[in-house]
Design a protein around this ligand. Structure first.
Ligand code: FES
Length: 101
């Protein structure tokens, strides 16, 4: 079990949006899918694009650099299911969003 670290306020990540955060040297992308938060490795495995800045459509984020798509609830790439981003547990405590690292 890792530690849960506060990364954002709930108001910073509205429904349908994401955010890039850095926690203990890891770049993590957090998304709000209809009020549920999901966190995955924020570095696109293609060429390192910032997934947290990608557009979220339902549960799918599109990398802003070249358009690779990932399901944020599983970390799995939509075109190649062998590619999967690491996932991180997310906890909400009052107004705070915490990620386990
Ligand atoms: S860096 Fe993400 S699609 Fe190229």
């Amino acid at each position: 079990m890792g530690n849960f670290v506060k990364v954002a306020h709930r108001g910073e990540i509205p429904v349908g949006q994401g955010k890039c955060v850095e926690v203990e040297g890891k770049r993590i992308a957090i998304f709000n899918v209809n009020g549920a938060y999901y966190a995955i490795d924020g570095i696109c495995p293609h060429q390192g694009g910032p997934l947290g800045e990608g557009e979220l459509d339902g549960t799918v984020v599109t990398c802003p650099w070249h358009g690779w798509e990932f399901d944020v609830t599983t970390g799995v790439n939509r075109d190649d299911s062998d590619i999967q981003q690491q996932q991180f547990a997310v906890k909400v405590d009052g107004d705070d969003i915490l990620v386990e690292v």
